[in-house]
Each structure stands twice: as C-alpha cells, then as structure tokens.
Design a protein around this ligand. Structure first.
Ligand code: BMA
Length: 339
C-alpha cells in the first residue's frame, strides 16, 4: 500500500465522524445531513452547491442562495464548527476595479480558494450567457471582481490552491447556454489572473455509465505526495433526466493536465432522500473540501438535489487506495492535451 499524505496545513477542528462499521464505500455521509435546510434566510428558498474554508479559529463560506424569485446569488456564511452556519442577509457586494458596485445578474456554484493571503471566489455568472466570474478578497468585507477569465460559455471553474510553474492554474468546463449535454475538464494558466492561456485538455466523460455524458471539476484540487486529488462530478442521462454523482482522479503535480489515476467507479451517488428528492432530483454536486494534513481527514461539501448542503467524509489514504484499486486511465486522460 502506497503511503499517501496531504501536503497542506493541519486543521484540528475539521468536522468529522468515523466510518460506520457497515459502510462499504470509501466515502461516507455525515449522519445529520443535510446541514442546511430549506428557507434558510428571508428571501432565500434554498442553499446548495457551496464552498467553505477555515478562517481564523472558525470557518467562512460562500453559499449559492436561490432567492424566492428563482435567481441565484452568492451569500457569505460563518461558522465555528463548519456544520451550523449563520448567513449574512445580503448577497455579496462585489465591486469592480474602479470600486463601483458590481452585482452580477445571477451568480451560482461558487468555489472558494486561498492562495497565500488572498481568497478567491470563482463562480458562474451571466456574460452574454453562462460564463466564469472571479473575485478576490482579503477580509470578506470588500470583494473586488477581476476580469472575466474566459469567453462564454463556461461553468464549473476552480483554481488550484497554489501557483504551478510560476502561474495561477484554473480548471473549467466549457459548455453551451442550456442544460449542456457534453462537457470535458480543461486547464488554463495565467501569470496575473487577467490573461489566460496555455489551455490544455485534462479529461472527458468516460465509458463508465455514471459519467458518460459530462463531467466538471468540484472542489479545489487537494495536493498530496502522489499528485493532485481532484473530486469531480459526473453525469449520466436517464429516461428520467440527468443524474449527478461524484468521483475522483489524481493529476500530475507539476503537469496537472496529465491524469495519473482515474477511478472507474463513483464515490457517492444519489441514495438518500435529500439527494434524490428536491428542486432537481438526483444531484450530488461537490464544491469544497476541508482537509487536515495531520490526520489525512477530508470533509467534502456537496449540494444535494439543488436544495440542500451535505457533508461526506473520507481520508486521503482510503480514497486514494480506492482510486488506485479501481484505476483506469486512457490516452485522452494521460496525454498533454494540446491539439
Ligand atoms: C448544473 C449546474 C448545477 C446544478 C446541476 C443540476 O448544470 O447548473 O448548479 O446543481 O446542473 O441541476
């Protein structure tokens, strides 16, 4: 067995539950899921697909809040234990580079990434169709929106938590302006978070049915001694609509467009009532992961049925053992995807 370790900071107050003795999966759910229920604050009907990070001795998060007019925006939440959250009542007051207010027409599926002393929010917004938005904050009081990194259409973007080869690196998933029936993960680099290039293909849908329609990056990749651990969602089309599960892959540390290992099986698929029943049934959509390098513990935050937030647990050793045991990488994964 390969010894797998998280390269990163310890987090002694990471939320945690031991694996139930009857669980046969490498990832197990928090027993008190969902952690956020419906109508969590005035004017917001559902919170889901959201991202969290440690901040000082507690936690901070960016939350997709579906307003009662049906339009999603991003709200800040704070927590002492990363389970019980209190939310700011107003959506994030982004500003542009001139300091003027910038309120996107809609904003959804935020990711939250810290690089050095700056926090970045990456989300999907309207730019003549679904596109990627990005903003930076150091204090969670002022949020400066940066230039749109990509042309439309694109959803599901997340930054790596450090520069690689001197550049910022972002995963994203180009798409169309509807409920896209295709989708591969690509990678792009930037020296300054404004001009993006060196676009490469990372991986596409596989022949395994749970992810044979489209895939998209989830939480910021987790650095380990064997590569970047990437949790991602995979979609299958059924006679009853799309079903979203999540799986994992391990990307090369220095050349992350190369997939070193890719798990044939999903890690978590809709099974519980809060995943199978909701505004959009059968959706498990991971957007964040807390990690503790001291113990290898990982707490994955995922949206459930476009209605709730759930937590699932694993350890870096257990999940990587599972990926290596169910490993299948093809040429389109392992090449440097430059065409
Ligand atoms: C995707 C995204 C997610 C959503 C999922 C299921 O296209 O829009 O926000 O959770 O569909 O509805």
């Amino acid at each position: 067995m390969l010894d797998v370790r998280i390269i990163g900071e310890p987090l002694s107050n990471i939320p945690w539950q031991d694996k139930p003795s009857d669980c046969t999966s490498p990832v197990w759910r928090y027993s008190a899921n969902p952690i956020i229920n419906r109508n969590p604050l005035p004017g917001v009907a559902r919170i889901f697909n959201s991202a969290v990070l440690p901040l000082n001795d507690g936690f901070i998060g960016v939350f997709r809040g579906e307003q009662r007019d049906g339009i999603p925006h991003i709200y800040i939440g704070r927590s002492q234990n990363a389970i019980n959250w209190s939310f700011e009542p107003e959506k994030i007051p982004f500003t542009n580079s001139a300091g003027e207010p910038f309120i996107p027409r809609y904003a959804y599926d935020p990711r939250l990434v810290r690089i050095d002393d700056t926090y970045y929010i990456i989300w999907c917004q309207d730019f003549y169709g679904a596109s990627i938005g990005i903003a930076e904050t150091k204090d969670f009081v002022t949020f400066r929106r940066l230039e749109n990194p990509f042309l439309p259409y694109n959803r599901n973007a997340v930054l790596f938590p450090r520069k690689i080869g001197g550049n910022y690196v972002m995963l994203s998933r180009p798409c169309d302006n509807g409920h896209t029936a295709f989708g591969d993960i690509f990678i792009s680099e930037s020296k300054d978070l404004e001009f993006w290039g060196r676009h490469r293909h990372v991986m596409g849908p596989s022949k395994k049915w749970w992810e044979n329609l489209k895939i998209g990056a989830g939480p910021a990749p987790i650095e380990t001694n064997i590569g970047w651990l990437l949790f991602y969602h995979g979609v299958v089309n059924t006679c009853n609509g799309y079903v979203y599960s999540f799986g994992a892959a391990i990307l090369d540390t220095d050349e992350p467009s190369r997939v070193l290992h890719r798990c044939t099986d999903y890690l978590l698929a809709p099974e519980e009532w809060y995943e199978e029943r909701g505004f959009v049934p059968n959706v498990c959509f991971p957007c964040a992961a807390l990690t503790d390098s001291a113990t290898g513990r990982i707490a994955i935050y995922y949206g459930c049925a476009d209605s709730y937030v759930g937590i699932a647990f694993t350890t870096v050793q257990e999940v990587c053992d599972y990926i290596l045991k169910h490993d299948s990488v093809d040429i389109s994964d392992s090449e440097i995807g430059l065409r």
